[in-house]
Design a binder for this molecule. Structure first.
Ligand code: ZN
Length: 298
């Protein structure tokens, strides 16, 4: 029920307690990935079928729960979670904070940011990782570790965080917090601007990090999420990430046969292992990008 209509923005300052946000319910979308979850340092931990995976999907659920609780604590009225890792079936729905809802499974129209539209007020990136080729970054990759070497949006070298932020930006929605290792947090803030960051591990390589324990990491995520929602209510968050139109996505594939397959998509341009595609619409660019990667992986 929305009993706050017509009151405008009223922000009750104080120790995290608030609030009435605008004329509508404050709605948060949590876009969750797994490589940047507390304790994760190897592919086995994030790959279904491996013995370690069960532990880490529970930790993923707990990191996400900390963000949900933080968001509600600070006045969010609606939290939607999207499971963006692998096949989108990692978060344990039976252990998810009951006030949230979960987008799970794949493929969905907007993949890692399924659920995004103009009704969302802010996006949180939980469990995010750095782009492919980054030093001191746990499981750094860009969308597909076996297929994609690099991605540019216009002339900006980016990772999944940039693609997903640009789709949110297409709908006028800002990214307001990120959790992951220190390099993921740094890349997100470098691209989008200063925001709340929960650096749950200090990566020293692709498969090594000094990790906080879950209890400590999740307290940090809770606090950052609450602060991020408080800052959103005050307007103290980065602007939505909107690219100059037309938006051009360029994918550098790992091998030329991958580029052969991706370039079968109409209206793409090919240059060596790079295939690019432009559109006025970032939503269309996102789907074109995913189509290229799916075709190239086949
Ligand atoms: Zn992932």
């Amino acid at each position: 029920m929305d009993f706050n209509h017509a009151l405008g923005r009223v922000f009750a300052a104080g120790d995290g307690g608030l609030s009435i946000y605008g004329e509508s319910r404050m709605k948060i979308l949590i876009a969750a990935d797994m490589e940047g979850i507390t304790g994760v340092t190897t592919w086995d931990q994030v790959t279904p079928g491996h013995a370690e995976y069960a532990r880490f999907r529970r930790l993923m659920t707990q990191d996400v729960n900390a963000a949900i609780r933080g968001a509600f604590e600070a006045g969010a009225q609606e939290v939607l979670v999207t499971d963006g890792h692998w096949n989108g079936s990692n978060i344990l729905v039976e252990e998810l904070e009951p006030r949230a809802r979960l987008n799970t499974g794949s493929p969905s129209p907007f993949s890692m940011v399924q659920g995004i539209d103009e009704s969302v007020d802010g996006v949180m990136f939980i469990g995010y990782h750095a782009r492919n080729g980054s030093p001191n970054a746990v499981l750094d990759h860009t969308w597909s570790s076996k297929t994609v070497a690099n991605v540019w949006l216009n002339d900006i070298l980016t990772g999944e965080y940039g693609l997903n932020a640009a789709v949110a930006g297409h709908f006028g929605v800002p990214v307001i917090m990120v959790s992951g290792d220190q390099t993921a947090c740094a890349q997100v803030t470098e691209l989008l601007g200063e925001m709340e960051t929960a650096s749950v591990k200090q990566a020293t390589g692709r498969y090594a990090a000094e990790c906080l324990t879950p209890q400590t990491a999740q307290e940090m995520i809770f606090t950052c999420a609450a602060r991020a929602v408080g800052r959103l209510a005050e307007g103290d968050v980065p602007d939505p990430f909107v690219l100059d139109s037309p938006v051009r996505v360029t994918v550098e594939f790992c091998t030329s046969d991958m580029a052969d397959r991706a370039s079968r998509i109409p209206f793409t341009q090919r240059d060596g292992t790079r295939v690019s595609f432009s559109s006025q619409s970032m939503a269309l660019v996102y789907n074109g990008f995913r189509a290229m990667v799916m075709l190239a992986s086949g």
